[in-house]
Design a protein around this ligand. Structure first.
Ligand code: FAD
Length: 413
């Protein structure tokens, strides 16, 4: 069977790898010159399945309203006349009640825990090194931050996720570079981890290419025509034929789906990151951390620190917002002032492929031979290996190892 995968972000690259491992001939089309150049490029690198939770949660609408006039707010709505934005926002609001939140969260975590197991299996099998580190520490600036985290902590206990509440001093035992003990404490998740997503993607791409997967860079997929016999993907003047096509096209998916009569309520949500070289390791983070007040992650990636966060809805073609970049640096400087020369940070912004309810969509569509693996939102790196393995199992007629209810196109039927 020949499968055409469109998109070589972390999702597409993993999908190509697993399809090849399952015995398929695979061609990957990617419009950029290499793998992981879009959302998968500058993310925070955190893999925390217990924290794979929907953004649509009880209390979130009120929180977002309170952020509206704060320059350093973690979430921002850029006014826009785009009806897709408002439709997306309405659907998102509908998902904010407790019952739907819990249902969506269970779906995301089912996939995220499975994905971590697949990632570990890949790592062991190929002895992969991708600047990974073990452990995740959430920092609470104030007693109020800690109080707000309590429902989430209760859920971790219910789900048997190992975690420990720490005093500020105990946090400094985990992260000796923290500059202060004048904060309310932290939550340590020793089984969570982090790693360099594009570095991992490159290694998986090299493994897949060595086994015969054909990567076609600089090729943008256009029209897709599928019938009972085959699928054709047009790219410029070329036409690629296959037995199946997988769309792993992240935030750009709608424009390929729509002509096929397929719709998913996907909207791009912008995020930002800063990356800076470690100047003095003693004062730098050793693992991944999250400032809960600003929802900014700080991750050690080799000899660099990645600082990432912010969610911006609407006006997604505009210039990067300077206040967002300044907030990233402020947060890192607050906790690790001596770690780096922050004036030398390089900046990036990317678009999370967000669905309003949270989980991605995996598997078949009602269009014969057209499959999807998209909509991974803010946790695509954490879900990539599992999502890709599931796609390969489905396409090759095997039964996936986890239940797929709530993770397929059926929920938007
Ligand atoms: C600031 C920020 C921080 C984040 N932090 C984390 C984190 O800590 N942990 C985590 O798990 N996730 C995180 N994420 C989310 C994660 O990065 C994404 O969910 C993930 O990268 C999505 O992967 P993808 O392969 O679906 O999309 P992408 O990486 O965007 O890949 C899609 C690819 O498809 C290609 N493509 C699209 N259309 C076409 C076409 N017509 N023809 C050819 N190619 C096409 C694009 O060029 C692109 O390369 C973060 C995201 C942001 C923005």
């Amino acid at each position: 069977m020949h499968v055409v995968v469109i998109g070589a972000g972390i999702i597409g690259v993993n999908t190509a790898y697993y399809l090849n491992a399952a015995g398929c001939a695979v061609t990957v089309l990617e419009s950029n010159a290499g793998v992981a150049q879009e959302a998968s490029f500058g993310n925070a690198g955190v893999i925390a399945p217990g924290y794979a939770t929907p953004w649509a949660a009880p209390g979130m609408p009120g929180k977002i309203l309170s952020y509206l006039f704060k320059a350093d707010a973690p979430v921002r709505l850029r006014p826009s006349l785009d009806p897709k934005l408002w439709l997306w926002a309405l659907r998102w609001l509908r998902e904010c009640n407790l019952e739907r939140y819990q249902r969506n969260r269970e779906r995301m975590q089912r996939l995220a825990f499975y994905s971590r197991a697949q990632l570990h299996a890949l790592r062991e099998l190929h002895d992969l090194q991708y600047e990974q580190s073990q452990g995740y520490l959430q920092l609470f600036r104030s007693a109020r931050d800690l109080e707000l985290a309590e429902p989430g902590i209760a859920m971790l206990s219910a789900a048997n996720v190992r975690h420990r509440l720490l005093t500020a001093n105990e946090c400094r035992e985990v992260e000796p570079g923290l500059s202060t003990d004048d904060f309310a404490g932290g939550l340590h998740l020793p089984e969570d981890e982090s790693g360099n997503c594009p570095l991992f993607a490159r290694q998986i791409k090299d493994l897949a290419a060595a086994r015969g997967v054909r990567f076609c860079f600089g090729m943008k997929a256009g029209a897709i025509a599928a019938d009972a016999k085959q699928v054709q993907v047009r790219s410029g003047t070329q036409i690629l034929e296959g037995d199946a096509v997988v769309l792993a096209t992240g935030a750009a998916s709608s424009r390929l789906l729509r002509p096929l009569g397929l719709r998913v309520p996907l909207y791009p949500v912008r995020g930002y990151s800063a990356t800076v070289a470690v100047r003095e390791p003693t004062y730098a983070p050793q693992h991944a951390l999250m400032d809960e007040a600003y929802k900014v992650a700080m991750t050690r990636l080799g000899n660099r620190i990645r600082i990432a966060g912010m969610a911006e809805l609407g006006g997604h073609a505009g210039a990067p917002r300077q206040a967002a970049l300044a907030t990233l640096i402020k947060v890192a400087r607050d906790w690790f002032p001596g770690a780096a020369d922050y004036g030398r940070a390089t900046y990036w912004s990317g678009w999370r492929p967000m669905l309003p309810d949270g989980p991605p969509v995996l598997g078949a569509t009602r269009q014969a031979r057209v499959w999807v693996n998209l909509g991974h939102g803010s946790t695509g790196w954490a879900m990539a290996a599992g999502s890709a393995r599931i796609l390969a199992d489905l396409i090759t007629g095997r039964t996936p190892e986890i239940a797929l209810d709530g993770l397929t196109m059926a929920r938007y039927a």
